[in-house]
Design a protein around this ligand. Sequence first.
Ligand code: ADP
Length: 159
Amino acid sequence: MIIAIYPGTFDPITNGHLDIIKRTRNLFDKLVIVINENIEKKTLFNVKERLDMIKESIKDFNNVEVLTTSKLTVDFAKEIGASVIIRGLRMVSDFEYELQMSTFNHILDEKIETIFVMADYNYSFLSSSSVKEIALFNGDISSFVPKHVEIALKNRLKK
Ligand code: ADP
């Protein structure tokens, strides 16, 4: 059984994340989305809110689940028996950080392989932060996030 993890902040999940999930889930027996709790980034949504938004987004996918962790990604992967880390690549600007992280992870545990998936051209410009920024200025985000995320963003930013 090959288990892959897809770690990230997901603040909030976007259609770009979901595209990566849809395209990779059938390459593995199980795909586990992992929300990193210990990231220093200040988030708009707390871990529980991000978890619930992801759960709603993946409810139709039988081999996809979502978990949270405050551990190192490779340690968490080992704990749940995952041998693959999935990461998405959008612009060249993603490359440097991702190369550094995957090299570190390889040094920490060479049995766990990072696989990069190129963003679909429809989503290569899309990030959680750009969606938040557009929503803040009342822009139309309906093609960037699922409906329930759009509603959650609008409600949060109203406050
Ligand atoms: P992190 O803080 O770990 O980068 P993100 O939630 O921003 O967390 O992203 C998680 C993963 O999803 C990263 O590998 C990122 O490159 C990828 N990703 C984010 N947005 C997109 C997108 N629009 N298309 C493809 N991959 C994406």
